[in-house]
Design a protein around this ligand. Structure first.
Ligand SMILES: Cc1cc2nc3c(=O)[nH]c(=O)nc-3n(C[C@H](O)[C@H](O)[C@H](O)COP(=O)(O)O)c2cc1C
Length: 202
């Protein structure tokens, strides 16, 4: 009998993703499974884990540490079920339910309808799930997540450097503030657990 242990590995810029990772852990643990939460930077060996959840904020693309981690561990990650979650402040509602076969779960409070559904502005195109997720899938085609969750994060302007403020206010036009829907994240993780425990489908 396999003893399951799920790793929740995350990185953060300003702390929101730490809270989200904790909520993921709570959701998974509600199924009675063993879960470990670790900063990506602390993880060197994936062999103890039967499934892995990787979370990071959007910081001009998914946080570089997350993509780097997946590249570094792509062989191990291609052998176990994997799920990704993204913290963000700006997401255009497109009605997509999957990107390249990866099922999406989107926090309803995060996504906003475009001004004109048939003609997205530059900012609206930038903030689509496809534009966020596709580069990650392209960088590591060996690793196909069983789910990708997009959750609303928080933006504290006073914690940012000037160039970061300019980017979020003028390019993605994200609203400062925001609250994390921890219950939504817990539910995603609780529902995800069965798929993660089912093992790798090849
Ligand atoms: C420099 C910078 C760039 C960001 N880029 C995006 C982005 O492209 N899309 C988005 O939805 N949110 C973006 N955000 C918002 C963050 O993803 C959001 O605030 C998140 O909750 C931060 O997570 P953290 O607190 O774990 O660092 C950006 C934030 C910063 C500081």
């Amino acid at each position: 009998m396999t003893t399951h242990k799920i790793l929740v590995a995350y990185t953060t810029n300003a702390g929101t993703t730490t809270q989200a990772a904790q909520a993921v852990s709570e959701g998974l643990s509600s199924n009675g499974v063993q879960v470990e939460v670790r900063r990506l930077e602390e993880v060197t060996d994936l062999s103890p884990y039967t499934a892995v959840v990787i979370g990071a904020p959007m910081i001009m693309g998914w946080h570089r540490a997350a993509t780097k981690f997946i590249k570094q561990h792509r062989d191990a990650l291609s052998r176990v079920p994997v799920a990704y979650f993204f913290m963000a402040r700006s997401l255009t509602q497109t009605g997509e339910t999957q990107v390249e076969g990866v099922p999406l779960i989107i926090d309803p409070k995060l996504s906003q309808p475009p001004q004109q559904a048939d003609r997205l502005s530059y900012r609206e195109r930038y903030a689509t799930v496809g534009n966020y997720l596709r580069p990650v899938l392209k960088a590591t085609p060996q690793v196909k997540p069983v789910s990708a969750g997009f959750f609303g994060g928080r933006l504290d302007l006073h914690r940012l450097k000037l160039w970061q403020k300019l980017f979020v206010l003028f390019i993605i036009q994200a609203q400062p503030g925001g609250s994390i829907n921890l219950q939504f994240i817990r539910e995603w993780a609780a529902n995800l657990c069965t798929t993660l425990l089912a093992g790798k489908v090849t």
